[in-house]
Design a protein around this ligand. Structure first.
Ligand code: F6R
Length: 621
């Protein structure tokens, strides 16, 4: 997730761009850059001036304050790296061989490697490791004095998600943007036009915006905005009046980043899966693992290390890898792993799961594992952070920056990678699993469909009502118990952690079968017990646990599959999930638990995005 701002008009472009980027910094912050077309002075023609820097926006800003770039047409970008480490070369804008066209991009170009190869053969010179750079060379290839036409032809060759903003020095009165899968909005003022990834970037200048839809191209000139589609039809687009202030707009109207990030999960998972499933759905594509292919042949065991929410993802990973690939998996909390004497050798793969890539215990665990000769694979959300840098291979989650301290979208994206990894290993080590009735194609098709199912759940008003009702009734409770089994035992742990960290209510997550070994003593008419009971292989067992709770007058909040009427007779409240293959249920079951924690914390007046005593990145022990 990156941020784009573009400007054309009479104002000083640098000022508009930097102010806009400041408002988009929440979208990414590992590097930043601007391209501004200089004014024509006398006989001196206008030229593209580009300044970009690794690091926070402030670094670029300081440079531009000392050496300002004059001009009234420009594009700019704050980056959250996905392909290519966050350094100055990989920062946007990128420009073409003839220094004529500059481009910024938010999204992922899936087929960039093949495009890059053929562009290099045609003589194009690349300067960065990004997927983005293929776009500017493609536009250059097709450019014949009409920027939007060149963009249209380039985009027809591209697979993936993008929002782009482009300028060309031969057309100094034109700013062009296009969108497919990543957000882009256009705004107009008097003889001026704007493009941005998000509304806050424009609110200082206009509160009337046009939201571009998939496959649309916006052409802004001082005369106004024209929106076209890929077939060149000119579209009649509606302008929307925005009533939010800038701070609200950063959160897209959500009151907190956590709620926004919960709703971003469908897009984040789609981005994480993008390009990693073959078009015919017969294969998992993880070129990141190429260097480990030989090692996998002799690998005997996997040890997953991680902390907090990432540890819960690791627990789901164990179930998946053991079930599909039949490789033994241990899962360890990194802070325990680093201080015990684990049995590791050169046939062990240690998988470090981490959103931030900087967690001190996970990093120390990684060092210990390296010393024992194990290979290291990391699953991480922050490109170029410490843990991926020290790993033999990395699979990045493409969740975009997670701002709320409580992890939500990073968790479901970690799950997405673990499903892919389990299917990948199964294809290598246990291919017979995918004989009828279990075809890999079915699993991968189901996996790709998960974002739509989460969206369906999030749009269901009845569920919201149940969650709100539980919030009203139980927000003063002294504690919560969360029970799940099998793949949803980790979901129970995650649900308990979420409510604990943001609402400060004590909560325990348990494997439901453990209830009679202790926690059943807690059941009373005041204790809400969240029972995760999708229609999976342990459903009947969960029902018995629910009966045991009801027999002791406990309060049961069930998370079940739509159409399950039976469970409603045994529960005080039921939250229904769309029907899916139960093996993927952890993606869905966690979402109502995130929402329940969120609404209870909101009702208690807690500082949801910044809970007390917690930090987003735990870089100390
Ligand atoms: C909980 C949460 C933490 C992190 C943990 C590990 O909502 O966010 O439990 O999951 O601190 O952090 P990373 O994944 O950055 O290693």
């Amino acid at each position: 997730m990156c941020g784009i701002v573009g400007y054309i008009g009479k104002r000083n472009a640098q000022e508009v761009l930097i102010k806009g980027l400041r408002r988009l910094e929440y979208r990414g912050y590992d590097s930043a850059g601007v391209a501004i077309l200089s004014d024509k002075v006398g006989k001196r023609p206008s030229r593209l001036q580009i300044e970009k820097r690794a690091g926070k926006l402030g670094i670029l800003e300081n440079i531009l304050t000392q050496k300002p770039l004059a001009g009234n047409l420009g594009i700019s970008h704050v980056r959250w790296a996905t392909h290519g480490i966050p350094n100055t070369k990989n920062a946007h804008p990128h420009w073409c061989c003839a220094n004529r066209i500059a481009l910024v991009h938010n999204g992922i170009i899936e087929n960039y490697e093949e495009l890059k190869e053929s562009l290099i053969k045609e003589g194009h010179k690349f300067r960065s490791q990004t997927d983005t750079e293929v776009l500017v060379h493609l536009v250059e290839k097709f450019y014949q004095a009409n920027l939007e036409e060149a963009i249209r032809r380039a985009l027809k060759l591209v697979r993936g998600a993008y929002a782009i903003s482009v300028i060309c020095k031969d057309e100094p009165d034109k700013l062009v943007g296009a969108r497919c899968g990543s957000p882009l909005i256009a705004g107009t003022g008097e003889e001026e036009g704007f493009l941005a990834s998000d509304i806050p970037a424009l609110l200082d200048y206009t509160n009337e915006v046009t939201l571009l839809d998939e496959g649309e191209i916006a052409v802004l000139t001082p005369r106004g905005l024209e929106v076209q589609n890929l077939k060149k039809d000119i579209l009649n687009k509606e302008k929307i009046k925005i009533s939010w202030d800038a701070a609200q707009a950063e959160k897209e109207g959500f009151p907190h980043f956590m709620l926004k990030e919960i709703h971003e999960q469908p897009r984040a998972i789609t981005n994480t899966l993008m390009g990693r499933i073959s078009e015919d759905k017969e294969k998992v594509l993880l070129p990141e693992l190429k260097s480990l292919e030989k090692f996998f042949a002799s690998m005997e065991k996997i040890v997953i290390i991680s902390c907090g929410t990432a540890w819960h993802a690791g627990l789901v990973g164990k179930y998946l890898i053991e079930e599909f690939a039949r490789i033994p998996v241990e899962v360890d909390i990194a802070s325990e792993f680093r201080y015990r004497n684990p049995i590791l050798n050169d046939k062990t793969l240690v998988v470090a799961i981490t959103q931030s890539g900087e967690t001190a215990d996970t990093l120390a665990g990684l060092h210990a594992a390296k010393n024992s000769g194990a290979k290291i694979l990391s699953i991480c959300n922050v490109l170029g952070s410490s843990i991926p840098r020290e790993s033999d291979a990395v699979i990045y989650t493409h969740a975009g920056p997670e701002i709320a301290v409580a992890s939500t979208k990073a968790y479901t994206c970690q799950l997405a990678v673990l499903y892919l990894f389990a299917f990948y290993l199964a294809s290598l080590k246990n291919p017979s699993y995918f004989t009828k009735p279990h075809s890999l194609k079915d699993y991968l098709t189901n996996l790709e469909n998960i974002p739509a199912k989460i969206e369906e759940f999030l749009n269901n008003k009845d569920n919201k009502k149940v969650i709100r009702q539980c919030t009203r009734r139980y927000h003063r409770s002294f504690g919560f118990l969360y029970l799940g089994r099998s793949l949803n035992f980790p979901t129970a742990l995650e649900g308990a952690l979420k409510i604990k960290e943001i609402s400060y209510i004590h909560a325990e997550g348990y494997g439901a079968g453990e209830m009679k070994h202790g926690p059943i003593a807690l059941i009373n008419p005041h204790l809400p017990v969240v029972c995760i009971a999708p229609g999976d292989s342990v459903y009947e067992k969960m029902l018995s646990n629910i009966e045991e709770i009801k027999a002791r007058k406990g309060i049961v909040i069930s998370v079940a599959t739509e159409g399950d009427k039976f469970i409603s007779h045994h529960s005080n409240h039921v939250i229904y999930l769309p029907r899916i293959n139960p093996v993927f249920s952890p993606f869905l079951t966690v979402v109502p638990l995130q929402l329940l924690a969120y609404y209870i914390a909101a009702k208690r007046g807690c500082d949801i995005d910044r809970p007390k005593n917690l930090a987003k990145s735990v870089t100390v022990e």
